[in-house]
Design a protein around this ligand. Structure first.
Ligand code: PNS
Length: 161
């Protein structure tokens, strides 16, 4: 069985992430979307909230599971017995950072963890969770960036109804 992990912050999930999830789920038999519990960041949504949002957003894709992890991705992948990490590439600006992480993971895992990059569909190439949050904080329209229920939750966090 071909399994993969799609790790990320997902604070919160956007249509760009969902595009990658749908496409990775077509390629792999089982895809685990896993939220990083990063103590160094102050997220808008807690890990539990992000997991719940992802579960709701992917509930119609049967071979997708949602989980969370702390620490190194290579340790988490080893524990799960998975050898492939998925990452989305939006634009050339993502490439250097992603290549560095992919190469480091390959080295640290002694070749056990490979990274498969999926190019984000063009319509989502400039979409990021950070810009979605910034737009929402000023009460801007984020309906083309995230599913409706996610938009409601983001606006709620910023005190907009
Ligand atoms: O959505 P993001 O914030 O771009 O995701 C980054 C992520 C979670 C893929 C990356 O930060 C990660 O894997 N962190 C776990 C810690 C780790 O394994 N670091 C070593 C790679 S340099």
């Amino acid at each position: 069985m071909k399994a993969a992990i799609y790790p990320g912050s997902f604070d919160p999930v956007t249509y760009g992430h969902l595009d990658v999830i749908h496409r990775a789920a077509e390629i792999f038999d089982e895809l685990t979307v896993s939220v990083l519990n990063n103590q160094l960041k102050t997220p808008l949504f807690s890990v539990e909230e992000r997991v719940k949002i992802l579960e709701e957003a992917t509930k119609d894709i049967p071979n997708v599971k949602v989980d969370s992890f702390s620490g190194l991705l290579i340790d988490y992948a080893k524990k799960k017995g998975v050898h492939v990490a998925i990452r989305g590439l939006r634009a050339i600006t993502d490439f250097e950072y992603e290549l560095q992480i992919a190469q480091t993971n390959k080295l640290l895992s002694k070749g056990e963890l490979d990274t498969v990059f999926l190019t984000t569909s063009l319509e989502y190439a400039y979409l990021s969770s950070s810009s979605v949050k910034e737009i929402a904080s000023f009460h801007g329209d984020i309906s083309m960036c995230v599913p409706e229920f996610v938009a409601h939750l983001i606006y709620e966090k910023y005190g907009h109804r």
